[in-house]
Design a protein around this ligand. Structure first.
Ligand SMILES: Cc1cc2nc3c(=O)[nH]c(=O)nc-3n(C[C@H](O)[C@H](O)[C@H](O)COP(=O)(O)OP(=O)(O)OC[C@H]3O[C@@H](n4cnc5c(N)ncnc54)[C@H](O)[C@@H]3O)c2cc1C
Ligand code: SF4
Length: 480
């Protein structure tokens, strides 16, 4: 602990964002990398707790007190080595992780928590700037080969770990570029794609082979992969979207969030879309249905595309702005979140049920809604009731459905390999991440259900540890 009085002397201060009036005009990153002086001061607030709950809150067990101390002393290389030991993509989590560690920070009990995520970003960006990050191909190869299917954060983390252990790793990706949702879901204003390319280039130099445009099971059979490689890790995400089966759903102008976000990302990459395929908010009244993070990303994209107005509605009640008894410290709480996209404008409304979509000549024009309230039944389970007389309409010519994801796509690999599923429809594995088929492992959203980048990294790392153990009898790779 560098400064014993740091937490008393210094107030929490988040790093800066670009001003709203400037950033809504482009898709460049909103987040600014913290300045060195700022990070040193903020890191001084870390109390180096005897039981660091931040560490407990972080799915990959980042050495948070240790690297905060190193930042305070400006020992940037040490901070980087500590960060690098547990996280394969700190430049990503440093930008977009909701930071469960901060919600469990001990300082958060009676003060504002340490700015762990900002400090992480400062460390990794400093490391790239100073050239600490160089390709380190393994000194010895084991002769074992592993196929990783899917190049989202789970696939990347698994491939990185397995390559470090000396295995020959090939990543197969059906998209034309690597990254999964990091590339084709999360908008550039949260994560510029050059950040991803920078990491992929290092991994390529370290010996990982990336093969894009290959849809396993469709244009390359999974069975063939199984025969060719000593082990397979599938990390194909959880992409079956939840639909809203209301009257008028077939009208033109209603799209799933991922279709909207993927197209927006492809357009930023330079791809052109014909008028009949284009999903664009310019000059439109946009309603985003679903109050979560994906919905917030759609709000930000719609503003940048020039929507006339953007409304985001959510069926659940407005969450509390501060912790309730249901979510005591150090639990990750369900709180009202105001993302950078919400700061940029638009309306938000809660406890709203969408009843019907209406249109003219096949084109969406408005949605009919009603307010709902939640009560507990005799067993204590919440039940939803429509509020009589609370019906209202919202004009809309573009509706984005951001209602979450149900489970992985069940056709393709799952079907071909006849993989067992769990009760939620995700790929079932044993405690060692092996699916019902020997030698086939699963990781990430495909196994866990839609989650967070940091959980995908954790899954990839754990799967890699178990694959290494399966192939070699034991493993030196971390199992956290
Ligand atoms: C819009 C959106 C915004 C999000 N924002 C955040 C955020 O800000 N912070 C956060 O922590 N989390 C966020 N998440 C969640 C996070 O992105 C996911 O939890 C994470 O990407 C899951 O990683 P994954 O590797 O399991 O799967 P994915 O990222 O979904 O990657 C799976 C990959 O597998 C490929 N694939 C699938 N099938 C095949 C096949 N048959 N052959 C070859 N390749 C295949 C896919 O093309 C894809 O590239 C967001 C999610 C969405 C949808
Ligand atoms: S819980 Fe907070 S104050 Fe304690 S070690 Fe972790 S980051 Fe520092």
């Amino acid at each position: 602990m560098g400064d014993v009085k740091g937490f008393l002397r210094v107030k929490r201060e988040k790093s800066e964002y670009r001003p709203v009036c400037e950033r809504v005009k482009d898709f460049s990153e909103v987040n600014l990398v913290p300045k060195e002086k700022h990070s040193v001061e903020q890191a001084s607030r870390c109390m180096d707790c005897g039981t660091p709950f931040c560490h407990w809150g972080c799915p990959i067990g980042n050495y948070i007190p240790e690297w905060n101390d190193a930042v305070f002393h400006k020992h940037w290389k040490k901070a980087f080595d500590l960060l690098n030991a547990t996280n394969n993509l700190p430049e990503i989590t440093g930008r977009i992780c909701p930071a469960p560690c901060e919600y469990s920070c001990v300082l958060g009990i009676n003060d504002d928590p340490v700015t762990v995520r900002d400090d992480e970003l400062a460390v990794i960006e400093y490391a790239f700037k100073k050239g600490f990050i160089k390709a380190h191909p393994p000194k010895k190869r084991t002769g074992k080969s592993i196929a990783v299917v899917g190049s989202g954060p789970a696939g990347i983390a698994a491939a990185d770990q397995l390559n470090k252990a000396g295995h020959n790793v090939t990543v197969f990706e059906r998209d034309n570029k690597i990254g999964g949702i990091l590339r084709y879901g999360i908008p550039d204003f949260k994560l510029e794609k050059s950040i991803l390319d920078r990491r992929i280039n290092v991994l390529k130099k370290e010996g990982i082979v990336f093969k894009t445009g290959i849809n396993i099971s469709t244009n390359y059979k999974a069975e063939k992969l199984r025969k060719k490689f000593d082990a397979v890790c599938i990390a194909c995400g959880s992409r079956a979207p939840r639909d809203l089966k209301a009257e008028g759903r077939e009208l033109r102008g209603i799209y799933f969030a991922m279709d909207y976000l993927i197209q927006s990302n492809l357009r930023i990459e330079g791809q052109k879309f014909s008028k009949d395929r284009l999903i664009d908010a310019k000059g439109k009244k946009v309603v985003v249905i679903g109050g979560g993070d994906t919905g917030a990303d759609c709000v930000g994209v719609a503003h940048r595309q020039g929507a006339i107005c953007v409304t985001q509605i959510e069926i659940m009640p407005k969450p509390s702005a501060c912790r309730t008894n249901d979510y005591p410290w150090p639990k990750y709480p369900m709180l009202l979140k105001t993302s950078t996209s919400h700061e940029e404008g638009g309306e938000r409304d809660w406890s709203v049920l969408t009843k019907k979509f209406s249109g003219q000549a096949g084109e969406l024009k408005k949605i009919s809604c009603v307010r709902v309230e939640f009560q507990k039944d005799s067993k204590g389970c919440p039940t939803m009731k429509e509020k009589a007389g609370s019906e209202f309409e919202i004009e809309a010519d573009l509706v984005i459905l951001a209602l979450g994801f149900l489970h992985p796509e069940k056709t393709g690999i799952i079907e071909e390999l006849k993989l067992d599923l769990d009760s939620r429809g995700n790929v079932k594995t044993d405690a060692d991440f092996m699916t019902s088929q020997k030698g086939i492992f699963a990781a990430g959203d495909m196994r866990r259900g839609q989650s967070l980048v940091v959980w995908a990294i954790s899954e990839g790392r754990k799967a890699a540890h178990n694959i290494d153990k399966f192939l070699m009898g034991s493993s030196c790779l971390s199992d956290i």
